[in-house]
Design a protein around this ligand. Structure first.
Ligand code: ASP
Length: 333
């Protein structure tokens, strides 16, 4: 064996020694999504995957499901920015690296479908704000009311009393540390809850979608990681795909999901690839990381999946022929 080949093999060996846990391997098709709210989202995607449908249609169906729900920090039922306006971010990406995204979209119920329309009918990847809304209206999407959902209106009113913006850790830690306070909602739920999902269809093709109303009480015009390809979502059909949830600014700073996919390319399992990305965030500023949450979720071409978060509390949902359940993510701090 020549030296170059030996060195290459031993670096792969080192990478695999690093695998603290090899995620359970499952049959395709499979869909994974962020949070426990991913369970019905996976079910919607599974309707398509189980009938040999394409992963791009499955992830759109999953995102549409949650955008229809008024009980989640996603879609028009989500929490507003600090001016009381709900602005939506979404993106979608398929196995050929086709992708589309919207940022700061107002009064349109299905940002994920607007993102797909951008992907399929324009030479662009991302439209934002008024331009995105104009594009949506020109393409047959309805203009919806500006009114906040009952829950969002109630919590926004509470938040206005102090108007403090602290992107903090999510609910599990908060419960341990005392009662919820703004920006946590009355019920103690966290101020971030993005839906990111990744699916592999029967043909082995990967796609992903992300949809969110973003960080609650953000500055009007702020766009997080969720609609940014390489930050909130990345798909490389040769290697795998990843999505994220949590404080978007930290994910953007490390091009988070692109990084996770690149770690998988180096031979890391999905879980360890996510862990390496989390470590990158924590290493840069541990003090800051102690008070925020970021979680990554990834799948490779074998249908192995895994997640890793900064803090306790990140969970993800998995649906395949072998299972239909919620998994807790491992965490660093
Ligand atoms: N990543 C989202 C954002 O920064 C928030 C979330 O995950 O809920 O907008």
């Amino acid at each position: 064996m020549d030296r170059k080949k030996f060195l290459h093999l031993s670096s792969l060996g080192l990478a695999s020694l690093n695998l603290t846990r090899i995620s359970k391997s499952v049959q395709k098709p499979i869909v994974i999504s962020t949070w426990d709210s991913g369970m019905p989202v996976n079910a919607a995607a599974w309707e398509i995957l189980s009938k040999k449908g394409k992963s791009i249609d499955a992830v759109e169906a999953g995102a549409l499901y949650i955008e229809n729900s008024l009980n989640c920090c996603v879609g028009l039922g989500g929490y507003p920015d600090r001016d009381g306006i709900v602005t939506l971010d979404a993106c979608i990406m398929d196995e050929k690296a086709n992708c589309g995204a919207v940022g700061g979209l107002e009064q349109i119920k299905h940002p994920i479908s607007v993102a797909r329309k951008i992907m399929e009918t324009t030479p662009h990847v991302m439209l934002v704000g008024q331009g995105a809304q104009q594009f949506a209206l020109q393409n047959g999407f309805q203009l919806e009311s500006k009114e906040l959902s009952e829950d969002a209106a109630k919590n926004y009113k509470l938040w206005l009393e102090k108007s403090q913006y602290h992107p903090e850790i999510n609910v599990e830690n908060k419960k341990q540390n005392g009662p919820a306070a703004p920006p946590f909602f009355e019920d103690g739920s966290p101020n971030h809850d993005t839906m990111g999902l990744v699916a592999m269809d029967i043909n082995g093709d990967l796609s992903g979608a992300v949809t969110t109303s973003g960080m609650a009480y953000k500055i009007h015009g702020r766009v997080g990681d969720s609609p940014i390809i390489g930050a909130g979502l990345f798909v490389d059909n040769e290697i795998g795909a990843a999505t994220s949830s949590g404080v978007g600014e930290e994910v953007i700073r490390i091009c988070g999901t692109h990084l996770v996919v690149e770690y998988m390319r180096q031979g890391y399992s999905p879980e360890n690839a996510c862990k390496k990305a989390v470590e990158r965030i924590v290493k840069r500023d541990r003090k800051k990381a102690e008070s925020i949450q970021v979680g990554f979720l990834a799948m490779n071409k074998k249908g192995e999946y895994g997640a890793f978060a900064i803090q306790k509390g990140f969970v993800f949902s998995v649906k395949s022929e072998a299972e239909n359940q919620i998994h807790p993510s491992k965490y660093l701090i």
